[in-house]
Design a protein around this ligand. Structure first.
Ligand code: PGA
Length: 255
């Protein structure tokens, strides 16, 4: 059975003081959780200090981006070996905000996934349609293209190591969550695509998170779906109480 994974995407929030306060509260209140993986993804500048707070805890560290080259004349970039060196284990790749504001494409996502895998980081690969695409009934086409291009050239073993986050862009930060049925329909479709790309065994191993206005009161419904294996949480991951409750409510779901 796939082990659920709940990740907090802090985006561009939380300077050192807030970051330490938040993870200290998570560490204290979630210490007895042993049925889901918990990840927090702070901004680069506080990764090291958050890592120190999280030592000896059941909470892992993720970054929000990575560059595909290891080193060289690439001003302003951060590479996978540098993240690995300070204890980062996961990395969000291809978030819709990076696609929208920073020119991320399926091709750059593919290079970043390969770099992450080369250095033993777990990619959290984001896919999702915008509202116009959903309204034009293009959701499945968009998701197919994103999955095929982002994961191109990976063998079954490499494929298995990814987490996919399905995040309908219209649900991010808007308070509009996809219904659990809408989400499950896409998750199931993604698992079918993965099976075509890497075989059934790999597709059954990949964890597919839902993201987009996940809150303590909708997580249980989402997690009850057979192909939803956790969540990528934005806004609600900034508040200790809400994130703790999301993790606890997800543990309570029998899968
Ligand atoms: P949200 O963000 O939970 O605030 O909708 C999710 C995300 O962007 O990963």
């Amino acid at each position: 059975m796939r082990r659920p994974v709940i990740a907090g995407n802090w985006k561009l929030n939380n300077a050192e003081r807030e970051a330490v306060e938040l993870v200290t509260a998570l560490k204290t209140n979630l210490s007895d959780v042993d049925t889901v993986d918990i990840v927090v993804c702070p901004v680069f500048t506080v990764l090291a200090v958050v890592h120190d707070v999280l030592l000896e805890s059941n909470i892992a560290l993720g970054a929000q981006n990575v560059y595909w080259e290891d080193a060289g004349a690439f001003t302003g970039e951060v590479s996978a070996p540098l993240l690995k060196e300070i204890g980062v284990e996961y990395v969000i790749i291809g978030h819709s905000e990076r696609r929208q504001y920073f020119g991320e494409t399926n091709q750059t996502v593919n290079k970043k996934i390969r770099a992450a895998l080369r250095h033993g980081l777990v990619p959290i690969v984001c896919v999702g349609e915008v509202l116009e695409e959903r309204e034009a009934n293009k959701t499945f086409d968009v998701i197919r293209r994103q999955c095929e291009e982002c994961l191109a050239g990976l063998n079954a073993d490499e494929l298995k190591k990814n987490i996919i986050a399905y995040e309908p862009v219209w649900a991010i930060g808007t308070g509009k969550t996809a219904t659990s049925q809408q989400a499950e329909e896409v998750h199931k479709f993604i698992r079918g695509l993965l099976a075509k790309m890497g075989g059934k065994e790999a597709s059954e191993a990949v964890r597919i998170q839902y993201g987009g206005s996940v809150k303590p009161d909708n997580i249980a419904d989402l997690m009850a779906q057979p192909d939803i294996d956790g969540a990528l949480v934005g806004g609600a991951s900034l508040k200790a109480d809400a994130f703790i409750q999301i993790v606890k409510n997800s543990c309570a779901v029998t899968r």
